[in-house]
Design a protein around this ligand. Sequence first.
Ligand SMILES: Nc1ncnc2c1ncn2[C@@H]1O[C@H](COP(=O)(O)OP(=O)(O)OP(=O)(O)O)[C@@H](O)[C@H]1O
Length: 258
Amino acid sequence: MSVQVRDISVRFGRRQVLDALTLPEMHAGEVTVLAGPNAAGKSTLLRAIAQLLPHQGQVALDGQDLRQMPATERARLVGFMPQSLPSGSSLIALETVIAALRAGKTLPAHQADAAAMAVMEKLGIASLALEPLDALSGGQRQMVALAQAIVRDPSLLLLDEPTSALDLARQVRLLSELRRLAAEGRVVAAVLHDLALAAQWADRIVLIHAGRVHAHGRPQDVLTPALLAEIYGVEARIERCSRGRLMVLIDGERQLAR
Ligand SMILES: Nc1ncnc2c1ncn2[C@@H]1O[C@H](COP(=O)(O)OP(=O)(O)OP(=O)(O)O)[C@@H](O)[C@H]1O
């Protein structure tokens, strides 16, 4: 499977947030990380790809335009994990995962319960199943959001800062899960701010700046001091640790020439 994202433009009022943005084609088996400064347009792009906000341009799965698909078919094919789950829910965590499952599939109640529980077990959060969603910690809610995003077994998985509230062990658990989901034949795209995590887990990094793709490629090609200075305005060093992994070291903000 491949995903084509072409010429995406989004405007909020008079503000052009995305300007004919085209991503490199994404393929099954690959994890693509979208990175870039605050307000660059990363969340807006993910939401446009998931067809959650009005936009111009095209998103296609194997050439099939997502916009033209019936909503249930799209819900089955695309999983979206938001930056945070809305609060004010009166449901327990398991019910929210069941509701996410039923948005894309009609299933008898006992099968839906079992499928939702199986995903929570796989993610190590079975003990949270009967807790009210609103009573969970930020990291626990983020793991439940992941369960909601993957429970329909989507072909395209979109995640908005999925590790932002997670402790170190759960970051590794989530990112290993993303790699496994990709290896099983899915397309995975995640917004991440942590470039060290991106370097370790991504096949490809797309740097987004001011609503456009500034650079894209393998982590070793994109994580360069020059590009990080251009995009983030920082003095960065990229070094390899003893295991050969890329380390991104930020020495400070870049001093502008007078
Ligand atoms: N619903 C909205 N109405 C008006 N403006 C919006 C809306 N959503 C986003 N924006 C604006 O669009 C721009 C891009 O926002 P977006 O959330 O996509 O950035 P981001 O790259 O994900 O940022 P961050 O790293 O801070 O999460 C920002 O200037 C933001 O204020």
